[in-house]
Design a binder for this molecule. Structure first.
Ligand code: SAM
Length: 269
């Protein structure tokens, strides 16, 4: 998959894109992220990319000419076919579902704004989509672009070693994932649930699925509306509610905190 990113700060994205999973995906030829500095597409002596807003007011606005020139030059005949995504806090909310949608595409382009944002004509006549990574405002579109690239790239077949694990990730099937544990099995007296050490994969899968349902009801009940729950899942949830397991979670958390505090006091931490 090819992604073209248009930014004033390619250097802040470089390291992240060449590290760990994204770096390996690019070396393996599964992903090709090209960073384009918008300033390289200016034509004046001062290489100007922003100007004061018409109508006054504070802040600067990114000029349309260099952004149009950059996107048109790089996309060439692909213009009109390749989605051009403007990162903006005013866009549709980015989610795992949108990441899945985008991961099916062979190519996409991302435009990162700065300052007060970009000239409105970029949104109207160049961008084909607008994405926001959340209801807050950052200083630039580089972190939002990295967020989109990262979430999309890990869905490209072959990028993650274990695609089965990916299917269980939070938000993939409308549920939050079950808790994870690793060695040691006893840490500061806190034991790993016995079932995980049993070697009985049927029981382990059932436990994990139940934990996943439990976490979702407690933390994000809103997600359950979209999740496709089987009759079996609905029965598990009904039983957890009946047994008050769900309400007990808060109490358990409080107890865990007290235990942790006690351990620290006893061990002079
Ligand atoms: N004045 C703009 C507004 O109120 O909508 C915000 C501009 S913001 C300071 C500068 C740039 O950061 C934006 O053009 C956009 O590219 C990026 N940005 C900031 N927050 C974002 C978010 N939540 N999602 C996506 N991009 C964001």
């Amino acid at each position: 998959m090819r992604m073209d990113v248009f930014t004033l700060l390619p250097e802040v994205m470089e390291t992240y894109l060449h590290t760990s999973i994204l770096g390996r995906a690019q070396t393996a030829g599964l992903l090709d992220v090209k960073l384009h500095n918008i300033r390289d597409y200016t034509t004046d002596r001062h290489r100007t990319t922003d100007d004061e807003p018409f109508g006054g007011g504070g802040g600067m606005v990114m000029k349309p000419e260099p952004i149009f020139a950059a996107v048109e030059t790089i996309l060439g005949s692909g213009l009109g076919e390749v989605p051009v995504i403007l990162l903006t806090p005013q866009g549709r909310l980015f989610s795992q579902k949108v990441a899945m949608e985008l991961s099916q595409l062979p190519r996409l382009a991302l435009i990162c704004g700065r300052y007060e944002g970009v000239d409105e004509r970029i949104r109207q006549y160049l961008a084909t989509d607008e994405l926001s990574i959340g209801d807050y405002v950052l200083t630039g579109g580089e972190i939002p672009a990295l967020t989109v690239i990262d979430a999309v790239a890990r869905l490209i077949p072959g990028v993650l070693g274990d695609s089965e694990a990916m299917n269980k990730d939070s938000h993939t099937k409308g549920l939050l994932e079950h808790p994870h544990y690793t060695r040691p099995s006893n840490f500061r007296g806190w034991e790993v649930p016995e079932v995980l050490l049993s070697g009985d994969h049927g029981r382990i899968d059932a436990w994990r699925h139940q934990q996943s349902l439990k976490r979702t009801i407690i933390r994000r009940p809103d997600l359950l509306r979209e999740a496709h729950l089987s009759e079996h899942d609905q029965a598990i949830i009904a039983k957890m509610i009946e047994d008050k397991e769900v309400r007990l979670e808060d109490e358990e958390k409080k107890k865990e905190k007290v235990k942790s505090k006690k351990w620290k006091m006893e061990n002079g931490k």
